[in-house]
Design a protein around this ligand. Structure first.
Ligand code: XMP
Length: 504
């Protein structure tokens, strides 16, 4: 007879992580060109590649965010810096030209060449449409036009004396890429001004930016053709000011960046961001959580996506310092139980070591993945290369490490991520992360190519043409530590490094 009074097994809930599972192969009738890795980042934003770079001070600043958006993913700017500095970083990404400049800097015909030179230096651009007081295009002027006038005469020479006046080759507002390319080629133009039927300037295409944007056909762009960017926010102190400054700077996605997101103050902040008329149009990601109930709280608060991960990160010590966490595959699955019915995407944050884990995360219930260590070795991450025994490395540290949380002569803005905003003395900090280094891997483009190449293969092996198909049809098999050993190279001494494998 069973003992009716015995409590339910307190350890009955088994948590699994990436190394505990593999994906089952499935029937496949796909050509490589059939495979589409587009996935949802938030309720309103989709990405061509479901990769996000972590909001960490050794991973994402503007250079990395630009590179991520160009590849078709998204960078989330870290917040271990002042509000002004973080907003400037957002601005730098949004100003990166992607082809068609929708509000080009213009100059009037009566401006002097001295003023033209100053403007060119200030905006770091070399050519300007010349417009009258009604914004009608009357000519083009470039740095080159300056060269034929002695500097001594710049203060007295006016723009309309040196500009190339109308009639110019122009394009209509809303011109297609193909038509613009034809015009640029046919007339060997450096710049193509775009005008409306009344002759008013509406845009400018420069051949340099156009070529660059052709190199990045997958790039993540907003409605105005600018690169997309995310930025991290907290919920303590001046968090609201930070959020609004970032919105003013043009941020596309605000990402709640905290180790434990299931807290009232943050949930209230997400609610406020999604209801205040000044902020409700920006996409807001809640996080981090690792349970169904934690995810549900963000869904109920109106979050546009939920980020999952308590302690899986390569540099994290949260689980050993606090004893708290949920193995990542289970955490993602649990969160998806709350998010899926509401149509809210899930982001699997941390713990990925190889490309194969991207597909595992997607099948477990995620829609995209956030990566720290896999990206930290990229050329575009902050920090210099370090040479150790002839090998190149880049610094990588947890945002809860001593280095990121202690002041060391500078203010730390990352302490509140770990509930320690009020700790004033460095020796009272309880770190939840470590400081280290990862091998230098070269430009993000090559790193992303390997990661997405791996995901393509996952989709081929499982017979999934799209990410939703992978999510719907992907099946796991649970494995043992013996099979994990079998999965990795074994019984061989590796003699040549592979670009996508760094060992256990
Ligand atoms: P990976 O494994 O990709 O993880 O390197 C990156 C994610 O780890 C989280 N993170 C931390 N977690 N202590 C933690 O417990 C830390 O110091 C720390 N720093 C970052 C974060 O979610 C990041 O995206």
């Amino acid at each position: 007879m069973t003992d009716q009074t015995a409590p339910a097994d307190p350890f009955g809930f088994l948590g699994l992580t990436y190394d505990d599972v593999l994906l089952l192969p499935g029937y496949s009738d796909l050509a490589p060109s059939d495979i589409d890795t587009t996935s949802r980042l938030t309720r309103e934003i989709s990405l061509k590649i479901p990769l996000i770079s972590a909001a960490m001070d050794t991973v994402t600043e503007s250079a990395m965010a630009i590179a991520m958006a160009r590849q078709g993913g998204l960078g989330v700017l870290h917040r271990n810096l002042s509000i002004e500095d973080q907003a400037t970083q957002v601005d730098l990404v949004k100003r990166t030209q992607t082809g068609i400049i929708t509000n080009p800097v213009t100059i009037g015909p009566d401006a002097t060449l001295e003023e033209l030179d100053t403007l060119a230096g200030q905006f770091r651009i070399s050519g300007f449409p010349v417009v009258d007081s009604d914004n009608k295009l009357i000519g083009m002027v470039t740095n080159r036009d300056l060269r034929f006038t002695p500097v001594a005469e710049w203060a007295t020479t006016k723009v309309d004396e040196v500009m190339t006046p109308q009639p110019l080759i122009t394009g209509p507002a809303g011109i297609s890429r193909d038509d613009a390319t034809l015009l640029l080629r046919k007339h060997k133009l450096e710049r193509l001004p775009l005008i409306d039927p009344d002759g008013r300037i509406t845009g400018l295409i420069t051949v340099k930016d156009f070529v660059k944007s052709e190199q990045f056909p997958n790039s993540s762009k907003d409605g105005q053709g600018r690169l997309m960017v995310g930025a991290a926010i907290g919920y303590f102190g001046d968090a609201w000011q930070r959020a609004t400054a970032l919105i003013e700077a043009g941020v596309d996605v605000l990402v709640a960046d905290t180790a434990h997101g299931n807290v009232r103050m943050l949930i209230d902040m997400v609610k406020r961001l999604k209801t205040d008329p000044a902020t409700k149009d920006v996409q807001v990601i809640g996080g981090n959580v690792a349970t169904r109930q934690g995810a549900q709280a963000f869904v109920d608060a109106g979050a546009d996506a939920v980020k999952v991960g308590v302690g899986p990160g390569s540099i994290c010590t949260t689980r050993v310092v606090t004893g708290v966490g949920v193995p990542q595959i289970t955490a993602v699955y649990e969160a998806s139980l709350a998010c899926k019915p509401a149509g809210v995407p899930v982001i699997a944050d941390g713990g990925l070591k190889h490309s194969g884990e991207i597909g595992k995360a997607l099948v477990a219930g995620a829609d995209s993945v956030m990566l720290g260590s896999l990206f930290a070795g990229c050329e575009e991450t902050p920090g210099d290369l370090v040479l150790v025994n002839g090998k190149q490395f880049k610094t990588y540290r947890g945002m809860g490490s001593m280095g990121a949380m202690s002041s060391r002569g500078k203010k730390s803005y990352s302490k509140d991520r770990y509930f320690q905003a009020e700790v004033t003395s460095d020796d009272k900090i309880v770190p939840e992360g470590i400081e280290g280094q990862v091998a230098y891997k070269g430009p993000l483009a090559t790193v992303a190519h390997q990661l997405i190449g791996g995901l393509h293969q996952t989709m081929f092996y499982t017979g999934a043409r799209t990410v939703p198909e992978l999510q719907a049809n992907g099946r796991f098999v649970r494995i043992t530590s013996a099979s994990l050993k079998e999965s990795h190279p074994h019984d061989v001494q590796m003699t040549v490094e592979a670009p996508n494998y760094s060992g256990f």
